[in-house]
Every structure is written in structure tokens, then in C-alpha cells.
Design a protein around this ligand. Structure first.
Ligand code: FO1
Length: 306
């Protein structure tokens, strides 16, 4: 099973999936366009969120960062007014390790595998690309790098455009295309279609592999009853001229997606989704505990087996 994943929403979905199939059968293709260089360190928030969650170590309140982390270094950085990106002390160790290896020429794919192994994660976690891809968000305040828009300015600026710098020439990570082409199924996690899944689709060879794979492609809508499970998805879709509903998400995925999972609250949109040529599957997609995460994963697998 190959899962295209952003951060917190995807990690919750993966936690459910890893509870119903052996984790070793899961390959995650993770977004790296949210990556940032902060304090001279290379941060890969989405890869880390997936890794920490599958390791059972994510902070349950934020979804990102490590559970029970301390913030002594951050407190010290506040003296220099450098504490807007909340890096915990133990989380910092991951960034120090990653940054040192990157500087030594080790590819991000290899480093990500080492970090996952160290945390006891059995799923394969593949960065979408080892090449540098970065999201920039166009706002009335100017073009902002992603973490300035998201973490520093708390995703408050209206979004006029989004650009994935480097994506057009980025090569996919070494086993990404093979994984998609040989998968039994490809799943798009309930992540923001614009800024989490969007950069993955913007890597041309990944886009092509999704169109060509014989595997069934299933996507889970991150929008329920016009609201996003997490983050600025709805306002961002509105700002970019997409219908901010599950139907709007289905339109973004329509050219390569076969099955589209929507929430019970959106059952009335089934015919709109089927009019796009996707098969709609209706269930509870709101994941508030482990049981609901696993139930959603089981529902997706049953749909794929039909
Ligand atoms: N998100 C925030 O909104 N504020 C933060 O201070 C912050 C710190 C942070 C540290 C490590 C990490 O792995 C993620 C962190 N995130 C933070 C989350 C991150 O910015 C977003 O979740 C993703 O980039 C969007 O998927």
C-alpha cells in the first residue's frame, strides 16, 4: 500500500492503517515542500510527523513534535527573538542528525530511513524527492515561504497563489515511482490537497506514475461538511478558486483517482462526485480516537478489495 501523505491529517490516517495491516506493507510518500532551514538546521516537518506518529511518540495535542518534549533550547533562543518555530529539545536532535548527514552528502531518502529505523518504524517512509522543492504562498503581504505563512503568521494571510519552487525539475525519490507502479493500491491521505498533496503531484514523474499505475487509486477527503479536519485547507481552496468542499477536492484528483471516500455528513454530494467519474464511498471520516482511525482504514481496504 502506497500512501501519499502530508503532515498531521495523514499521520492520523496512517496510524489507523498501521493498526489493520502490517506496517511493513505500507510505503509512505511524504511531502518535503514544507521543509525549512531554521537555525541552520534542515527541518522536515511532514516526514517527522509521520515518523513520530507511527512510532507512537507524537505530541497528541499538536500532532507534530515529540510527546513530553522539553523546550529549554527554545527558551534560550527567545533571548534573541528566535523562538517563533517551536522546536523541542528532543525533536532538535532529529534535525541536528539530519542536517549533519545532509551536509555530508547523504541523500534525504537514506537519512529518513535511518531516522525511521531508529524510532522502530517498520513502514517505509520515502521523501517525495531528494531534490529541493519549496512551497511559497502569495499573500497581500507579499510572497511568504511556507513556514513563515503557516507557523510564524499562523496561516492568517489570505492566499492568492501557491508556488512549488523546484518541483518542475525535481526527480522523485529513488524508489517512489517503482512503489507507485508496483503497488496493490495507492491511497491519498486526508491531507490538504493544495499544499500537502499538491507538491507531491507537482513532481512530474510522480504525476505520471499516478496516471499510469495499474493500482487502484483511492483518496480520502480532508474536507467534511465544508470544514477541514486540520489547518487552513478551506480558506486556501477558496482563495485559489476551488470549491471548498469534498467535491472541490475530488475535482483536483479526478484525472487519476478511482475511489473517493467522503464523510457521512456529505452523503448528498455522492452524485456530484460520481459525475466526475469517481466512485464515491461514504463513511465516518472524522478520526477522533484509535477506533475511528482503524475503522476508516478498514473501510478503505474493503473498498479496494471489492
Ligand atoms: N507548526 C506551527 O504552527 N508552529 C510551530 O511552531 C511548529 C513547529 C514545528 C516543529 C517541528 C515540526 O516537525 C513541525 C512543527 N510545526 C509547527 C508543524 C508544521 O509547521 C506543519 O505541521 C507542517 O509543515 C504542515 O503540514
Amino acid at each position: 500500500l502506497v500512501v501519499l501523505a502530508g503532515g498531521v491529517g495523514a499521520a492520523r490516517f496512517l496510524e489507523g492503517l498501521a493498526g489493520v495491516v502490517p506496517a511493513a506493507q505500507i510505503t509512505v510518500v511524504g511531502n518535503t515542500a514544507d521543509d525549512a532551514e531554521i537555525h541552520g538546521l534542515h527541518i522536515s516537518p511532514d516526514l517527522d510527523t509521520v515518523t513520530y506518529t507511527l512510532a507512537g511518540r507524537a505530541n497528541p495535542e499538536t500532532g507534530w513534535g515529540l510527546n513530553n518534549d522539553t523546550f529549554h533550547c527554545l527558551e534560550a533562543l527567545s533571548l534573541y527573538d528566535q523562538d517563533w518555530f517551536r522546536l523541542g529539545d528532543h525533536d532538535l536532535a532529529t534535525h541536528i542528525y539530519r542536517s549533519a548527514l545532509l551536509r555530508g552528502g547523504v541523500p534525504l531518502t537514506e537519512i529518513t530511513a535511518r531516522i525511521a529505523r531508529a524510532h522502530g518504524v517498520e513502514a517505509a517512509i520515502l521523501p517525495m524527492s531528494d531534490d529541493r522543492v519549496r512551497t511559497f504562498v502569495d499573500t497581500p503581504a507579499g510572497e511568504l515561504d511556507f513556514q513563515t505563512y503557516f507557523a510564524r503568521r499562523k496561516a492568517q494571510d489570505p492566499v492568492r497563489g501557491v508556488r512549488f519552487e523546484g518541483a518542475a525539475t525535481a526527480r522523485p525519490g529513488p524508489s517512489v515511482v517503482h512503489a507507485i507502479s508496483c503497488a496493490d493500491a495507492v491511497l491519498l491521505a486526508p491531507s490538504n490537497p493544495i499544499i500537502s498533496i499538491g507538491p507531491i503531484l507537482a513532481v512530474p514523474a510522480i504525476h505520471e506514475a499516478l496516471h499510469e499505475t495499474p493500482a487502484t487509486v483511492l483518496a480520502v477527503s480532508p474536507i467534511v461538511a465544508g470544514r477541514a479536519l486540520k489547518g487552513p485547507t478551506v480558506r486556501m481552496m477558496e482563495g485559489l478558486g476551488h470549491q471548498p468542499t469534498c467535491v472541490g477536492v475530488a475535482r483536483i484528483y479526478e484525472s487519476f483517482c478511482d475511489l473517493f471516500v467522503i464523510d457521512e455528513q456529505d452523503w448528498a454530494t455522492t452524485s456530484d462526485i460520481e459525475a466526475l467519474g469517481l466512485e464515491a464511498m461514504v463513511t465516518n471520516t472524522v478520526m477522533n480516537d484509535l477506533a475511528s482511525k482503524q475503522a476508516l482504514a478498514r473501510f478503505c481496504l474493503e473498498g479496494l478489495l471489492r
